[in-house]
Ligand binder design. Structure first.
Ligand code: MEV
Length: 312
């Protein structure tokens, strides 16, 4: 059996994180400058499935991993979807340039790459909907109660306007636009931020429902601004969304500092992106200011920046 390779992009949430868990719309786009990659190769004369992922110091057979380990779960669900009960021995090596626990979708990207590489190795491509469903199951291990936005944008590798439990809607990007991503360098597991928001919502449903509704309204307006290429209105919507996330309690001094630095350097708008508390923020900019903004983010403490175009 020939070796197979599959890759999947990272992602950023442009609008609506957290509120999306409560049924509000959100907008996410793939980031192809960072990728997770899985390579599957036969192990002639050996038995079992060997998994290596040097980034997380993993080198084990699948039998030695708990069933609720996200990578082992992705492989088991792939075998189940293919109807393969006794797979041939193979080794899978996973690498990724997506920083871990930083809001860029590393868990979902690893899962999508694993599912695709394993199913191709076994001679059958699974439909995108099945890849998405399996990755959603692994997201439950990472996130607890995921909305499904990360697995969807990464599986389909297209900008999405996402509402939980609704059919997938892609967004028409009239004209590409530039964003700068700044990494605080502070890992922050999404499950913790999502769990805290849930606790706060239960303690103060009125306040949190109003915050979620306001985020949903912003995501709706942002979709229109993107489809009409109205960057002048998109930037302020990002700022408004960031303020709501601050009120929700998911920002951090590092994120606020990078958001302020981006705006001072000429960004049209900026906000945290993903689970928050650490991880990444994004800034909207005209292309000619992107390097200046990236420089300002590094000076304000970012440990990495990515300049990327949002395109159809
Ligand atoms: C994580 O990328 C986005 C959150 O809204 C969680 C989710 O939607 O599953 C924080």
């Amino acid at each position: 059996m020939p070796a197979t390779t599959a890759s999947a992009p990272g992602k950023v949430i442009l609008f609506g994180e957290h509120a999306v868990v409560y049924g509000q719309p959100a907008i996410a786009v793939p980031v192809n400058k960072v990728q997770a990659r899985a390579v599957v190769a036969a192990r002639p004369g050996q038995q079992g499935i060997q998994i290596t992922a040097p980034d997380i110091s993993l080198n084990k057979t699948i039998k030695d991993l708990p069933l609720d380990h996200a990578i082992s779960r992705a492989i088991h669900l792939t075998l189940e979807a293919l109807g393969v009960s006794e797979p041939p021995a193979f080794a899978i090596k996973i690498t990724s340039t997506i920083p871990l626990a930083s809001g860029l979708g590393s868990g979902a990207a690893v899962s999508v790459a694993v599912v695709r590489a394993v199913s191709q190795f076994l001679g059958r491509q699974l439909p995108a909907e099945t890849v998405n469903q399996i990755t959603f199951e692994t997201e439950k291990i990472h996130h607890g109660t995921p909305s499904g936005i990360d697995n969807t944008v990464i599986t389909f590798n297209r900008p999405v306007y996402f509402i939980k439990d609704r059919p997938i809607e892609t967004i028409e990007i009239k004209q590409p636009f530039t964003i700068v991503i700044g990494d605080t360098g502070k890992p922050s597991p999404t499950a913790i931020a999502v769990g805290d928001v849930r606790k706060n919502y239960q303690e103060n449903p009125g306040k949190y429902q109003a915050l979620f509704d306001a985020c949903g309204k912003i995501a709706g307006n942002a979709r229109w601004s993107i489809e009409e290429y109205r960057l002048q209105s998109l930037g302020p919507l990002m700022n408004d969304n960031h303020n709501l996330l601050v009120e929700m309690g998911v920002s951090s001094p590092e994120l606020d500092r990078l958001v302020a630095a981006a705006r001072e350097a000429g960004a049209m708008g900026a906000k945290l992106s993903g689970g928050g508390r650490g991880g990444n923020m994004i800034a909207l900019t005209l292309p000619d200011k992107a390097y200046k903004i990236a420089g300002a983010l590094l000076s304000a403490g970012a440990n990495n920046t990515i300049i990327t175009e949002v395109r159809p």
